[in-house]
Design a protein around this ligand. Sequence first.
Ligand SMILES: Nc1nc2c(ncn2[C@@H]2O[C@H](COP(=O)(O)OP(=O)(O)OP(=O)(O)O)[C@@H](O)[C@H]2O)c(=O)[nH]1
Ligand SMILES: [Mg+2]
Length: 326
Amino acid sequence: MHFDVQNPNIVVVGVGGSGCNTVSRMKRLGLEVPTIAVNTDMVNLRMVDADKKIYLKTRTGRSTGGHVEEGEASALMARDYLERSLEGSDIVFITTGLGGGTGTGATPVIADIARKLGALVISIVSLPFEIENMHVKRAREGLKKIMEYSNTVIVLENEKLLDIVPNKPLNEAFMVMDQLISYTIMSFVDMITKPSLINIDLADLRYMLERGNLSTILISEGEIDDVRRIVTDALNNPLMNIDYSTANGALIHITVGEDASLNTIYSTVDTISSFMRRDPKITMGARIDPEYGNRMRILVVLTGIKVPFMEKVREIPELEEDFEVR
Ligand SMILES: Nc1nc2c(ncn2[C@@H]2O[C@H](COP(=O)(O)OP(=O)(O)OP(=O)(O)O)[C@@H](O)[C@H]2O)c(=O)[nH]1
Ligand SMILES: [Mg+2]
């Protein structure tokens, strides 16, 4: 009998300006997974650090000007090429910053192609700042489509950067977001490719990440003797404004040093599930990394969440002519 114990084929695709930035950052952080940068912006694409670069030509030959239809059309025109680049992949991560024309328009097309090729599609998207009013509307429409074609869409809010790094210039704040996204993808890759104490494999991911789901992540680190603190820290610093009780599952990945007991690992999982509704679907993995000593890091992917972003429509009122400035 033959058992195929090869690692799954994984590829990371960054779409649009922000997606390409994320991919570049991952490469520089040392991610050993093939990356593809996709953009309608040739100047940006030249500067990107990726294994493969795909230039999407728009119908006008110019930038999308923020038009999502242009982003979508440009990806459809490159369909064959995108297909060839994604063929044979078991897991396709697609990352983009929603709100512009390219990422918002092309990502659903790429997700659709990858899924039709049989890959598990995990899209990781950042949502624009609330003050980017036009971008928010586009992002909401785009997100709906990306959900349709992905197994799950992990959402992170730029707005949360205001809590995490309130005083940083915008560029550096975006860098923090890119780092978080890179870190999430790298954790997934570690989770399924590195030898583990408790393994998570492709089948577990397929089970957890049902089609059309929204997810978000929680990350935290601390000393193993205070598991509760690590978990509450994670819950108190979400990267997305959500109600935890709406989550229907959690994919939990724990990294610990050699001294941690199985008990510590199980009590972490217990503590996390105690914050969720009854009988959540839980899959866990754990990996020992001697460098962690008596520390522990957790990555929780909360699945099946409802996000206020999809429900609320925030209109900024027009200024009245007789608006008084006091
Ligand atoms: N994480 C991250 N987000 C960014 C960055 N730059 C812009 N954004 C956010 O991502 C959204 C989309 O911007 P871009 O990525 O520049 O847009 P695009 O997909 O290239 O689309 P067009 O340029 O309009 O064709 C914006 O609304 C910002 O909120 C970045 O460097 N990193
Ligand atoms: Mg752009």
